[in-house]
Ligand binder design. Structure first.
Ligand code: PLP
Length: 382
């Protein structure tokens, strides 16, 4: 048995679309990207969608779009893919870490208020593994400063930007992610819930000013052929990405449904065994999870094995897993030049969870036989 941890669902329709683009001779900034943007905006329920070259560029452009700049700070969770944090540094701002909720693994909206300052320009929650962050509370966060006589001196509201790179199609209180903040960012990397085959990303927003800015920035900051209003870069999505993205978007709900039923099957099978060393994910009743992963939490003492050893055991048995994120991101050596304090940070929930989680295969290509095999392998371990 060889159960793969991820496998994109791409079929003949996508292949035909790629050939069609190649034959057309129009490879950039054409009707296919436009159609994909319109369909994506409608799908998430946002007014604007602007396609970009990947998820990281979506984050960078959304931060620029929200005018986050040097001297500013952006609040980020420590349990995410490093691009969330790097994007803040790319726009010249400083990432400030706040702890996660131990149940959803997303940025905890009641994080330590010390991190909120007059320099906080944005809050960047991540819908990690596909579970939406607590957006209502996050959207209400306001920085207020009082003088010695308790009079309000300063009040400002940071932008909220969703990192939805793992949560295409997820919902929070009946609304799709991508419509829940000032701007939202998606990735269409090969293993995400949907892909553009080549790299791809999207920024969605209801703010016309942010949309316009990102549209210009992604194309060298160019408003007309010879007029550069801003120092932008080339962050465009190609027509192949547009054509494939449109097809994948049409399939997204069905693909997510399969991820969900696979997850429910595994979750059910594993929770029936009542394994004392195994923590299964909890889902808030008012969200629809996109199940980018099926994260499991390993109690290493109970199991008598490290998470890494357990991962190797599953690998031997032919079951691929994801082992991420191994450490809170403030420990990454890449951050050292940006402040000595990063490596000394200690956020208790993140410290407890990082390195003890594995992602089980739950993708839409899994067969019933593979699902049963996963459950059986756990059963034998007892
Ligand atoms: C994948 C991912 C990104 C980056 O997307 P790319 O398309 O790979 O640049 C950013 N944030 C999170 C949470 C991701 O999972």
């Amino acid at each position: 048995m060889n159960v793969k941890v991820a496998s994109p669902s791409v079929g003949q329709e996508e292949i035909d679309a790629v050939i069609d683009v190649i034959k057309s001779g129009n490879y950039v900034s054409g009707k296919r990207v436009k159609a994909f943007e319109e369909a994506f905006a409608e799908y998430v329920g946002a007014q604007y969608a602007v396609a970009v070259s990947n998820g990281t560029d979506a984050l960078i452009n959304a931060l620029f779009g929200a005018r986050v700049s040097p001297g500013n700070e952006v609040i980020v969770p420590p349990l995410t893919f490093f691009a969330t944090v790097a994007s803040v540094i790319h726009v010249g701002a400083r990432p400030v870490f706040a702890d996660i909720d131990p149940e959803t693994y997303c940025l905890d909206p009641v994080f330590d208020r010390e991190v909120l300052t007059e320099r906080t320009a944005a809050i960047l929650p991540v819908h990690i593994y596909g579970h939406p962050a607590e957006m209502d509370e996050l959207n209400e966060i306001v920085y207020e400063e009082y003088d010695s006589r308790d009079r309000l001196r300063k009040r400002h509201k940071p932008y909220v930007i969703e990192d939805a790179a793992q949560a295409h199609g997820a919902e929070y209180k009946g609304k799709k992610v991508g419509s829940l903040a000032d701007a939202s960012c998606f990735s269409f990397y090969a293993t995400k819930n949907m892909t553009t085959i080549e790299e791809g990303g999207m920024v969605t927003t209801n703010d016309g000013r942010i949309a316009k800015y990102v549209q210009v920035l992604r194309n060298h900051g160019m408003v007309n052929r010879n007029d550069h209003m801003y120092v932008g870069a080339n962050n465009r999505l190609g027509e192949i990405g547009g054509a494939v993205g449109l097809i994948q978007l049409r399939k997204l709900d069905a693909m997510n449904m399969k991820r969900r039923s696979n997850t429910e099957y595994l979750h059910g099978g594993l929770s029936d065994m009542k394994l004392p060393w195994l923590g299964l994910p909890k889902v808030k009743p008012y969200v629809k999870h996109a199940w980018f992963w099926l994260p499991i939490f390993i109690d290493e003492d109970e199991l008598g094995m490290s998470t890494l050893e357990f991962r190797d055991f599953l690998k031997e048995a032919g079951i691929g897993t994801r082992f991420r994120y191994v450490e809170p991101l403030y420990h990454q050596p890449a951050l050292r030049p940006y402040g000595e304090h990063y490596s000394k940070l200690y956020l208790p929930n993140a410290e407890k969870i990082c390195g003890k989680m594995l992602g089980l295969p739950n993708h839409q290509q899994l067969s019933q036989e593979e699902l049963d095999y996963i459950v059986q392998t756990f059963k034998e371990l007892g």
